[in-house]
Design a protein around this ligand. Structure first.
Ligand code: FPP
Length: 243
């Protein structure tokens, strides 16, 4: 049975560290604890796919030292959590570019992807060196190549063709959460988020644990999702004919 897909823009590590008088990387370190807790708690809250924005393609603009720490944390996370992820039925995959990820982090990531491939309880997707615009342009390139090779008729390209090329069978996110008060998508899942509910909280990522996720999900359950339609088709038909 497929449950909910939740995407999270994990923001506020730097502010959390500053508030504690600590260097920025300590915020990222505490952020990993939140990742661990949210991954542990998500399946019991009905989440079957969890996409975490861990490193955007724009994050390369950060100081070298900070970028290095982030990839070190990623490597450590993969190494330390692998056995538990397997045990808990979590399948970990990465979305985004792979060619710029430092070798040692990529090696651990690949090992974890392989080791967890049979996980069925939760699909954990780490967005690393990720840009939604890049993902859309890559999918477009793949389709263009098929047209060029005569394997795809240009006229047959529809939203569905693009959806399959971009999302690779993963259902669209139902809910996108952003922590730390900012209210924007920052190049995260732009195509897939067409009908996602958005939830913004001022809680900084290192303070966001499974209880915060439960809160976001309970607000999500109150939302009316109409996907452009109406809730009661009978009422709508009556209104349409002026009754
Ligand atoms: C945003 O906070 C957070 C990031 C750019 C990185 C998120 C990374 C982690 C939580 C740790 C590594 C993840 C895994 C999966 C091991 P910010 O630095 O932009 O905070 P600020 O806006 O307060 O400065």
């Amino acid at each position: 049975m497929s449950g909910l897909h939740v995407g999270i823009i994990m923001d506020g590590n730097g502010r959390w560290a500053r508030a504690q008088g600590k260097p920025r990387w300590r915020g990222h370190l505490a952020g990993v604890d939140s990742v661990r807790d949210v991954v542990r708690g998500a399946p019991d809250l009905g989440v079957t796919t969890l996409t975490l924005y861990a490193f955007s393609s724009d994050n390369w603009k950060r100081p070298r030292g900070e970028v290095g720490r982030l990839f070190w944390l990623l490597r450590e996370y993969c190494q330390r959590e692998r056995a538990e992820l397997v045990e808990n039925g979590v399948r970990l995959t990465q979305i985004g570019r792979r060619d710029r990820i430092p070798k040692s982090a990529l090696a651990e990531l690949k090992k974890t992807e392989q080791a967890t491939a049979r996980g069925r309880r939760l699909h954990l997707r780490l967005a690393i060196d990720y840009s939604a615009r890049w993902a859309i342009s890559e999918a477009t390139k793949r389709l263009a190549r098929r047209v060029e090779q005569g394997r795809l008729d240009c006229k047959a390209i529809s939203c569905d063709t693009l959806r399959r090329a971009i999302a690779n069978g993963v259902p669209d996110p139902d809910l996108i959460i952003r922590t730390a008060g900012e209210q924007r998508l920052s190049d995260f899942l732009l195509w897939e988020a067409a009908y996602a509910e958005l939830y913004f909280t001022s809680v900084l990522w290192p303070d966001f644990r499974r209880g915060e996720l439960a809160l976001a999900l309970s607000e999500f359950q109150q939302r009316e999702r109409r996907f452009g339609g109406v809730l009661d088709a009978g009422d709508a038909a009556a209104t349409a004919v002026g009754q």
